[in-house]
Write a protein that binds this ligand. Structure first.
Ligand code: SF4
Ligand code: SF4
Length: 362
């Protein structure tokens, strides 16, 4: 005698083909989502921006810096052999579209082996661009000559003056070095001109847009414009909040519109001086106790990190940035272009012809 099947099981068994079809459609939907995400990875290459922290030491204490207040026992420099290992590893993932940023949260000109680091990067990743962001306080003649000699026309020196007067500089940087920095940069520009090496590297002279510096921006631009070359830049940045770490009334709120996925999850990888890896500077500035910590380079490979980032990308494509407090509080996504179209609660992308260059994303 055969056992009688329960009515519910009976319905389910009859519905099996329907359930299978639904499962297939769901899987296909997920596959298409991953495929879309992968297409964007392909567009940017595995790593479009690789940020390596040479040191997290700094000689300033800026109000808008995520390292101010978190420094202390862990302040120091990257081990040079370890740095070489990182460059050896990334060399096979990078190409002429890749930007290698030789700075994290700290002043890279304080790194004693900066010239070796640049030379090694140039040897192993000859087609990639190098970017160095500096506060300019240590940009003396010797350092200027070294940077001009080693960097190429396509490389960038980002000169963060951030203020347009001694007063606002003191307020922002916590030190009276405005004149020193302005003179250092003027000297750098004149040495670069004298050496006549095709105005290399390019420079981006930066001022921050805050309630106090805003009235100085016009004059700042007028002052620097006659001193720079055709390929150089003067840029005005609003303060980023580094995943909610920086929150002051006298800084501007950058964006009040609808949120969209953060493009850094497709473009960027950040490595701190100890080999800890994050998808973005906000993660790097927040340390290891957060969900943006992807692991340590001593234990995992670059491909592992790339795959691990797929989960974070998926959260953003679904608009679920609240899944971790840093992404949730962060405003750095506003500095990346909005290439997104929302469809049924999910973001798809469309790359516009006039996509701003990736080097402009902080
Ligand atoms: S110079 Fe740069 S690293 Fe140093 S405190 Fe200022 S923002 Fe931070
Ligand atoms: S939103 Fe902020 S914390 Fe999140 S990935 Fe982008 S930069 Fe990082």
């Amino acid at each position: 005698m055969t056992k009688k099947q329960s009515p519910i099981k009976n319905i389910l068994s009859k519905g099996k083909p329907v359930i299978k079809l639904l499962e297939t459609l769901i899987n296909y939907g997920e596959y298409m989502g991953l495929y879309e995400s992968q297409r964007l990875c392909d567009f940017f290459g595995i790593y479009r921006v690789v940020r390596i922290e040479l040191t997290n030491r700094c000689n300033l204490r800026c109000l808008m810096c995520p390292r101010t207040g978190i420094e202390g026992s862990n302040a120091g420099d990257i081990d040079f052999d370890f740095f070489k290992g990182i460059i050896d590893n990334i060399a096979r993932f990078v190409d002429s579209r890749t930007i290698i940023r030789l700075y994290g949260v700290g002043e890279p000109l304080m790194y004693p082996r900066l010239s070796d680091a640049i030379e090694y990067t140039k040897t192993k990743c000859p087609h990639s661009l190098i970017q160095i962001a500096t506060n300019g306080t240590l940009l003396d003649e010797e350092c200027s000559k070294m940077l001009i000699r080693l960097l190429d026309r396509t490389d960038w020196l980002l000169l963060s003056i951030n203020a347009g007067s001694k007063n606002t500089y003191r307020w922002l940087a916590g030190a009276d070095r405005y004149d020193l920095v302005v003179n250092n940069i003027k000297n750098f520009l004149s040495i670069r001109k004298k050496l006549g090496r095709g105005l290399k590297p390019g420079v981006d002279i930066q001022i921050l847009e805050t309630k106090k510096t805003e009235p100085e921006i016009k004059e700042f631009k007028e002052f620097w414009k006659p001193l720079i070359g055709l390929n150089d830049n003067i840029s005005v940045w609003s303060v980023i909040n580094w995943g909610g770490k920086i929150d002051r009334d006298d800084f501007h709120v950058r964006h009040t519109g609808d949120r969209y996925p953060c493009l850094r999850l497709w473009t960027t990888i950040c490595i701190d001086k100890d080999g800890n890896v994050y998808p973005c500077g906000a993660g790097l500035a927040s340390g290891k106790n957060n969900e943006l910590f992807l692991g340590n380079l001593h234990e995992k490979s670059f491909m592992d990190f790339h795959l691990q980032k797929a989960k974070l990308r998926e959260m953003h494509l679904e608009g679920r940035w609240d899944y971790n407090p840093i992404c949730s509080a962060c405003d750095m996504w506003t500095h990346c272009p909005n290439i997104w179209i929302k469809n049924n609660g999910r973001f798809n992308f469309h790359i516009p012809d006039n996509l701003p260059p990736v080097f402009m994303y902080p």
